[in-house]
Design a protein around this ligand. Structure first.
Ligand code: UD1
Length: 424
């Protein structure tokens, strides 16, 4: 595994194009289990998590492959197998998205318990309760969840929390259920809207996706479609912060501006200039610095937990003290101690971080512990004086397509160095 050497202090200038959304592509791929025939997904980001989902589809008996860097073709013509391999589910939690479509398609789904990850324990109780309300039974044995349903029956499903993954699993399962399903307290993330739109193209009857109540009238079959994945709002947001933290000026292209609104509101409140350019681009500049601003992560349309780490990096250099409250995941401040090694002033107290802006960060050796923490450390390295060495790039490759190349094109000085020793 290699590491990055980042020589910071260069204002980023230029244009960058956002890739397709990882968190949209993953459930869209899982949904092809429901769809008979051929599906073409375009604008698919080429990154590890998506490759893992493509491998999962193959393991379940579908033909799935990248045809060019950003096009995945899936052919679902054979009998679908219902057992998901352990190594794929443990490699990526989102593999559990296959449970709903497998159950709906085959009446059975045997999927390993995904287990926790570095940012939290991440249980699946809301998914399981929802499947039960659709008429499935389940048992958990030898590390596998075994779901069964002779027939899924449309029902009233209330989610105790608007979980993104549980909403997606319920939507996919309910498409082929008999009768109408009402999902209440549903997640409203843009990726849910993309999933509902693709399912409808395939012949499903989903309405209300993007609101807290989703209605799904069951149909008997779905067919393959061609679908373009929405832009990645987290990647776009990461580049917007890269512009601001380096006091640069960047046009971030291929953005659904409404999807990044929760971030834009906070950037503007911090005194950062964000201008809409045409329908799908934002110009971000922060030539005169920025001020502290308070953040509380919430389900969409609240401030996204997936942008909390990057925002913390930004606020380490703001004027004043910011309060960051993480309400979605219980252990999502692991970037904070690494930022402190770079000179940041952060005080942690359970789910709250007090970030007092300092006049500058200094390059240091830092280690990535999870995907968005990785983005945060790269952003800090771009702004820091001197060299920052970033270890643990495998986490970054799960969710960012060509990040170093894109930043380098904006003027960043990032070198990828093969890692020889143990590193940090
Ligand atoms: C998705 C995103 C992830 C994002 C998260 C929250 C994908 C592939 N990943 O993850 O990037 O950070 O939404 O916006 O789309 N929970 C339970 N029981 C459950 C399910 C969830 O307690 O059955 C809890 C989780 O532990 C977590 C919270 O609910 O604390 C939110 O999780 P959820 O919305 O389900 O996140 P994911 O779908 O896993």
């Amino acid at each position: 595994m290699s590491k990055f050497h980042i020589n910071g202090g260069v204002p980023l200038i230029g244009e960058v194009v956002t890739s397709g959304a990882k968190n949209a592509a993953l459930p869209l791929l899982a949904a092809t289990i429901l769809m008979e025939g051929d599906t073409t997904l375009t604008n698919v980001p080429n990154l590890m998590d998506v490759i893992t989902m493509v491998r999962m589809l193959k393991a379940l008996g579908l033909n799935a492959e990248y045809r060019s860097p950003n096009i995945v073709k899936i052919s679902n013509t054979k009998k679908v197998r219902h057992v998901a391999p352990y190594e794929l589910v443990t490699a990526m939690r989102a593999s559990f998205f296959v449970a709903g479509p497998l159950l709906a398609k085959t009446g059975l789904a045997k999927v390993p318990m995904p287990g926790g990850c570095s940012i939290g324990s991440r249980p699946i109780d809301i998914h399981l309760k929802g499947f039960k309300q659709l008429g499935a039974s389940y048992s958990i044995e030898h590390g596998f969840v075994d779901l069964r349903a002779k027939k899924l029956i449309g029902s009233h499903v209330y989610l105790d929390f608007p979980s993104v993954g549980a909403t997606e699993n319920m939507m996919m399962a309910a498409c082929l259920a008999e009768g109408t399903t009402l999902i209440e307290n549903a997640a409203q993330e843009p990726e849910i809207v993309d999933l509902g739109n693709m399912l409808n193209k395939a012949g499903a009857q989903v309405s209300g996706h993007g609101t807290s109540t989703i209605t799904i009238k069951g149909v008997t079959s779905l067919t393959g479609v061609t679908h373009n994945v929405i832009p990645d709002r987290v990647e776009a947001g990461t580049f917007m912060i890269a512009a601001a933290i380096t006091r640069g000026n960047v046009l971030v292209k291929h953005v659904n501006t409404l999807d990044v609104e929760p971030l834009v509101v906070k950037l503007k409140a911090a005194g950062i200039k964000v201008e809409e350019v045409g329908n799908d681009a934002l110009r971000v500049s922060a030539l005169n610095g920025f001020q502290a601003v308070d953040i509380e992560t919430q389900p969409f349309p609240g401030f996204p937990t997936d942008m909390q780490a990057q925002m913390m990096s930004l606020l380490t250099l703001a004027k004043g003290t910011s309060v960051i409250k993480e309400t979605i995941f219980e252990n999502r401040f692991m970037h904070a101690p690494e930022l402190m090694r770079m000179g940041a002033d952060i005080k942690l107290n359970n789910h709250i971080a007090l970030v007092t802006g300092v006049s500058g960060l200094s390059g240091a050796e830092v280690k990535i512990t999870d995907l968005r923490a990785g983005a945060a450390l790269i952003l800090a390295g771009l702004a820091a004086e001197g060299t920052t060495t970033v270890y643990g790039l495998k986490h970054l490759r799960r969710g960012y397509e060509n990040m170093a190349q894109k930043l380098t094109a904006l003027g960043a000085r990032i070198d990828e160095i093969p890692e020889t020793g143990a590193g940090r």
